[in-house]
Design a protein around this ligand. Structure first.
Ligand code: NDP
Length: 288
């Protein structure tokens, strides 16, 4: 029997509707409009598309959005000065620096991202927010992609409590925060990486399998426990107009109980959660 398809389109529109309601409530109760500033440095065409999508989604949800374009030869100091300016602007509740940065400042990425005030860090990459997630303090910012995966699992009523969740990939933006989020929901979590032995057996023991590897069709049907929930975070371009995930979807769909497609899956949730994080940031700043 074919798996239930967890459509990112449906969940993303549900999350955006929720976001719209919260934006209206903030306006009505406190006369506040959440504001997001996105800084883009240089001319990376893919980054421009992402930034435009973020801007459009802000407009759709009712969030004030500012896109700040800086030239490719911007120095670390200039970029940090701009971030600092935004840190002090009251109508800006969230600040996002679009990655990747141009090569000349890419190695300074950590210093640059750490310059964002943790209360405005809507990407959830600041060490203060990483720490809050780790110790289960709920007043931090959660990285958008794993946050979206968790919200989708909850919305789809997939049981997490007591489930064995296996995450393949240990990056700071997906794998590790995904593990922390599922652990906080009482899953038993295993995080795998390129040095993991017996990957296939470990994956086959998963009730929830999250693939965040960045390799096309890496997770094959024989690595999936029948009936398991499979979340495919991977986005891999295998031809100019063809994107595939980390999971061999066509075969996996016959084994899994529920599965996200690529495209049309997790990717759509990320921007929706950026909206939620901007709202969360506005609420946190209001409370301070
Ligand atoms: P990274 O490259 O930072 O991390 C990949 C992880 O996969 C690493 O931990 C690596 O292990 C592990 N890995 C690589 N090869 C193997 C292997 N043979 N066996 C087991 N583990 C392996 O990637 P990201 O986490 O940033 O992204 C992962 C994927 O998700 C990409 O396709 C990316 O495009 C996509 N993505 C999608 C988003 C969305 O919005 N849907 C957002 C962010 C990412 P090790 O640490 O040992 O090197």
């Amino acid at each position: 029997m074919s798996a239930q398809i967890l459509s990112g389109k449906i969940f993303a529109s549900e999350f955006k509707e929720e976001a719209k309601k919260q934006v209206l409530a903030l306006k009505e109760q406190y006369n506040i409009t959440p504001g997001l500033a996105v800084i883009i440095v240089g001319e990376n065409p893919a980054s421009k598309v992402y930034v435009n999508n973020k801007h459009r989604t802000c407009e759709e949800v009712g969030i004030y959005s500012e896109v700040i374009s800086m030239p490719a030869d911007t120095t670390k100091e200039q970029l940090i000065a701009k971030i600092d300016e935004l840190n002090y602007r009251q109508e800006i509740h969230g600040i996002l620096v679009q990655l990747p940065l141009p090569e000349a400042i890419a190695k300074e990425e950590a210093d640059i991202l750490n310059a964002i005030c943790p209360l405005k860090d809507v990407d959830g990459f600041h060490p203060v927010n990483v720490g809050k997630l780790m110790i289960g303090q709920d007043d931090g910012m959660i990285p958008c992609t794993p946050y979206g995966c968790l919200k989708m699992l909850q919305s789809a009523k997939i049981n997490i409590d007591g489930a064995h969740a296996v995450i393949v990939g240990r990056s700071n933006i997906v794998g590790k925060p995904m593990g922390q989020l599922l652990l906080a929901q009482n899953a038993t979590v295993t995080i795998c990486h390129s040095h993991t032995h017996n990957l296939k057996e470990i994956c086959r023991s998963a009730d929830i399998l999250v693939a965040a590897v960045g390799r096309p069709h890496f997770i094959t049907a024989d690595m999936i426990k029948p009936g398991a929930t499979v979340i495919d975070v991977g986005i891999n371009r295998i031809a100019p107009k063809k994107l595939v995930g980390d999971v061999d979807f066509d075969n996996a769909v016959e084994v899994a109980g529920a599965i996200t497609p690529v495209p049309g899956g997790v990717g759509l949730l990320t921007i929706a959660m950026l909206m939620q994080n901007t709202i969360n940031a506005a609420k946190l700043q209001l409370a301070k």
